[in-house]
Design a protein around this ligand. Structure first.
Ligand code: NOJ
Length: 964
């Protein structure tokens, strides 16, 4: 027996080392499919798919065995409660408590649990110490608000027998129609059905039952269910002991008349999700969400990646609806789209397809939120109310980040820093990957290579630059390291199925994992970031959490065994997709106050995430490759994350694995400047590729691109602010901005920056000299750099894009705030004056906003900010205060009093202005008779006329009018 265990351990070690080596070798081929389950290799996935197949095959004769017991229904305070009875094939009645909550926000929430497990009336196998209930704490980690019950929701007295109808939402225009038997719920807006639950009868709650030996022969054996995946599952040499037996939940969700669905990141796929049941151009596998370190991930794939947000928007002309499947366990989603019906009216939407989805998770409650829109903006707002809006980051965090695995010494870092200055390339943050540590022990510095972290950071600080260092959640299992000794003595780690400290392999070799579900672990982890504890860190040090899926080199599917146990007795199976977020949460809290009284906005980058992580940091798309296809794929990935409420997203600029050609690197920078999170990163085996190494003309072109990002930082920061208050994506896909233009719904290679009207279409193909930009509306669009006019709705327009040119248009009707003076870092731009670009719309007006604060503290929450709306109408540009005053407003405005506008550019200036030579200025109501010179340039070729006002000298935080 012992020999057998030893052999198994040796084998596991062998696989771990193999995995480690694989990581260190730059890949030539793609993902190792054999390391990750397909649906048919996952018990609950195949069972749920088979159940759906059976229901579909039976068609009209299929009857879902779930029925809402009419006599159990109670409705009170916006909440309906009752018991759903599942009748099994052996006529057993399983009781499933149902709660449907109608929320003040107009969102409905359906929760189904299982009475027996809730009451703990089940037996666990193998003497497991796990909890008996279905996991019911996902909400605790994910939701932060939006749960107020609707005051107006009411039963509709007109319901037919066997139905319950609830009116709710704004002016009670929404209605949930609950059919009792078989259970089905339809959600209507203005009398039309937009979302249906269990319409196809795939609802499946795998109830608890004791393991009994299956009959071997006779009639009973023939009728017996296939139990081969119920009690134990083995994959890649790892056996999951499944002490609670089968426990999955599944449900079909249909969006009638909706052809496009978006969301459920993270997948390397198109923005508009594909069908998953085969057919040309479709996937054969469901989209999977099981946070994993997928080495060499492939493109156009429904395979899982590092993070999961089980939130999906469905969109059709002028209507958007959504669902949020709150479950932290492994989850799969099948998608099929039905052909247009012969009788289009039968669908309620003429001639369009219907999207049918099927969701299933391995364990936990069934907990689904339904949003009825009708606009994409309504959805992002309501979803953000529940899971939180994106963090308003520090200013530096939205500037340029320079990373590689690894800058090898503190001198190396200082040299790179100096080179950026020598080449006059702005950057804000330099990063250190795992090699800075002493033998992969986080919270330490390698004394040989980083003997002087203080000197290094002092140099960075001179230009207000920052350092981000990596801290992973695995802790090296090395005797006499005080951190691990303390960790062990306080019992802060994840435990294995036998309730002992779990041990696995990662970068340091043998490691343990912090269990940040445990409040004591959070408190301890937080304390490790204090300056007096983590020596060598300072006010300009921030943190990168990597490998937090968690990645375990010798674990099943490169992660932790599902029967591991977390705080509270929950199995890893139940909480897996939330695990990464708990690490970020603890790190975020650690960074909040590292020294008494020094409270500042933390910056944490995470690889793994779940719904809610947007409140705490940024994410990136993990280990991509230095190939054109990966550059192209990064755009829909970033856009999709924004749709799912986590817009602070980016991809490794340059590609992680491999060496990009100079052209690819240049194009990647030109794309990366439009990622909300803009960081270059590279694998340890790649050649150095800091922008100044590329040589001319590449270095100059890359420098121009980075400077463009810096020039537009005021617009970016304003977009981040907006995202932080209403969830709107920072970069927005075509359908989000033009929800009525069907031709644009599937477009995912161009996007708008916030509400600035800036429309970018980065070049993502080799040798391109132009791109085709699609315009949905009939406004004039102007080239950002030379004001060439493009106009024509529903058409593609060819925009020149030689290597030095970034295809970027400005939609008429906007005012874009900028800062035009190139500096070394964003911190050094703080007191620089503004430029306002007024892009006149067809009706001669334009509008835009600007948000400014100290970019560092939380004082903005007490009014220390400037929020202005600029409007151009009737030949007058005005600045109006749209902020709300707080105790710190006055003091802040005083400090900002000298900050002015140094230039106004009006694009599409009217011809009459040719006669004008100046504008008149009125600030804070005082007609000082001030004027400023105006310079008009007439139209040339296809280029628009424009006018420049030099030094109008109006205050950025002041109310003023400029008359043209
Ligand atoms: C995996 C991350 O995805 C990558 O960015 C990082 O460089 C390596 N881990 C090493 O820490």
């Amino acid at each position: 027996m012992i020999g057998c265990r030893a052999a198994k351990l040796q084998l596991m070690l062998f696989f771990a080392i193999l995995n480690l080596l694989a990581y260190l070798v730059v890949p030539g081929v793609s993902v190792k499919h054999e390391n990750f389950k397909t649906c048919s290799q996952s018990g609950f996935c195949s069972r749920n798919r088979a159940y759906a197949d059976e229901a579909s095959a039976q068609g009209a004769s299929w009857s879902s065995p779930y029925e809402l017991d009419s006599s159990s229904i109670r409705f009170e305070n916006g909440q309906l409660q009752g018991t759903v009875i599942k009748t099994t094939t052996t006529n057993e009645k399983v009781r499933l408590p149902l709660t449907v909550s109608f929320l003040e926000s107009g969102v409905a929430r359906v929760v189904l649990d299982e009475e027996k497990r809730m009451k703990g009336e089940i037996e666990l196998r193998h003497g497991s110490k796990a909890r008996k209930e279905r996991y019911n704490e996902a909400a605790k980690w994910t939701l932060v608000g939006g749960l107020d019950p609707s005051k107006s929701a009411a039963l509709n007295p007109e319901a037919d027998a066997g139905f319950t109808k609830v009116l709710y939402g704004p002016d009670n225009r929404f209605q949930a129609i609950i059919r009792h038997a078989p259970l089905e719920i339809q959600f209507q807006r203005d009398g039309q059905t937009h979302v249906k639950l269990n319409d196809r009868g795939f609802l499946n709650v795998e109830h608890w039952r004791p393991k009994v030996d299956a009959p071997k022969d006779g009639e009973d054996a023939k009728n017996a269910e296939d139990q081969s995946t119920w009690w134990e599952e083995t994959f890649g040499g790892n056996t999951d002991s499944k002490p609670r037996g089968p426990e999955s939940v599944g449900l079909d969700i249909t969006f009638p008349g909706y052809e496009h669905v978006f969301g459920i990141p993270e997948h390397a796929d198109s923005l508009s999700l594909k069908e998953t049941r085969g057919g040309t151009g479709n996937h054969n596998e469901p989209y999977r969400m099981y946070n994993s370190d997928v080495f060499e991930y492939e493109l156009n794939s429904p395979m899982t990646l590092y993070g999961s947000i089980p939130y999906m928007q469905a969109h059709r002309k002028n209507s958007s609806v959504a669902v949020f499947w709150l479950n932290a366990a492994e989850t799969w989603v099948d998608i099929v789209k039905t052909k247009p019906s012969i009788n289009p009216l039968a669908l309620g939407a003429a001639g369009t397809k219907t999207t049918q989805t099927h969701w299933f998770s391995e364990s936990g409650q069934l907990d689904v939120f339904v949003f009825l829109g009708p606009t994409p903006q309504d959805l992002t707002k309501a979803y953000g109310e529940l899971t939180g809006y994106t963090q308003l980051p520090q200013q530096f965090a939205i500037a340029y980040h320079q990373c590689r695995w690894n800058y090898v010494t503190d001198e190396d870092v200082k040299e790179v820093d100096r080179k950026f200055d020598r080449y006059q390339i702005p950057y804000d943050v330099i990063w250190l990957d795992i090699e800075y540590t002493d033998g992969k022990k986080y919270f330490t510095w390698d004394p040989m290579t980083f003997p002087d972290p203080k000197g290094m950071q002092e140099q960075l600080d001179e230009a207000e630059r920052k350092l981000v260092i990596i801290i992973d959640p695995h802790l090296k299992n090395e005797a006499n390291w005080p951190i691990i000794e303390e960790f062990k003595s306080k019992e802060l780690g994840v435990r294995n199925k036998d309730n002992n400290l779990y041990e696995g392999w990662c970068w340091p070799g043998s490691s343990h994992w912090i269990d940040c579900f445990n409040p004591a672990s959070i408190a301890w982890w937080k304390s490790l970031f204090r300056y007096d504890k983590f020596k060598g860190t300072f006010h300009n040090t921030f943190i990168w959490n990597d490998m937090n899926e968690p990645s375990v080199f010798n674990g099943p599917e490169t992660t932790m065994p599902k029967d591991n146990i977390h705080y509270g007795g929950w199995e890893h199976r139940d909480v897996h997709n939330i695990n990464g977020m708990t690490i970020v949460n603890a790190t975020y809290q650690g960074l909040l106050e590292r020294k008494k009284g020094e409270i500042r906005r933390p910056f944490v980058l995470t690889r793994s995430f779940y719904a809610g992580t947007q409140r705490m940091g940024a994410m990136w798309t993990g280990d991509n490759r230095a190939k054109w296809e990966y550059l192209a794929a990064s755009i829909p990935m970033v856009l999709n994350n924004g749709i799912a409420g986590f817009p602070f997203a980016g991809a490794d600029v340059g590609g992680f694995f491999g060496n990009p050609s100079k052209e690819l690197l240049t194009r990647w920078y030109q794309t990366g400047i439009f990622y909300p999170f803009f960081r270059a990163h590279a694998h340890i085996d790649t050649r150095r590729r800091e922008p100044y190494l590329a040589g001319e003309p590449y270095t100059a072109i890359i420098t121009q691109a980075i400077r463009l990002r810096y020039q537009l930082l005021p617009a970016w920061y304003t977009a981040f602010y907006q995202a932080s208050v209403d969830g709107s994506p920072i970069v927005r896909p075509q359908y989000y901005v033009h929800p009525d233009d069907e031709q644009g719904f599937a477009i995912d290679d161009q996007f708008y920056l916030g509400s600035t009207g800036l429309l970018a279409k980065p070049v993502v193909t080799e040798g391109a000299t132009s791109v085709d930009i699609y315009l949905s509306d009939s406004e004039k669009y102007y080239d950002y750099f030379d004001y060439t006019i493009y106009q024509g709705a529903g058409k593609r327009h060819t925009v020149p894009a030689p290597l030095e040119k970034i295809p970027l248009l400005m939609q008429g009707g906007h005012v874009i705030p900028r800062k035009d003076r190139p500096r070394r870092s964003s911190g050094l731009m703080k007191w620089d004056p503004y430029t306002l670009v007024v892009v006149l719309g067809q009706d001669g007006t334009a509008e835009g906003t600007l948000y400014v604060d100290d970019g560092e503290t939380f004082d903005y929450q007490r009014g220390a900010y400037i929020h202005r709306r600029f409007r151009f109408a009737d030949s007058t540009l005005s600045s109006e205060d749209i902020g709300t005053k707080g105790p710190k407003t006055g003091e802040y405005l005083k400090t900002m009093a000298s900050l002015r506008v140094e230039k106004i550019v009006v694009v599409g200036a009217p011809a009459e202005w040719q006669q004008k030579s100046s504008v008149t200025i009125e600030e804070e109501g005082a007609k000082a008779g001030a004027t400023a010179p105006l310079q008009y340039t007439g139209p040339q070729g296809g280029k628009a006329a424009y006018a420049v006002v030099k030094n109008p000298n109006v205050g950025i935080g002041k109310t003023w009018k400029i008359e043209f």
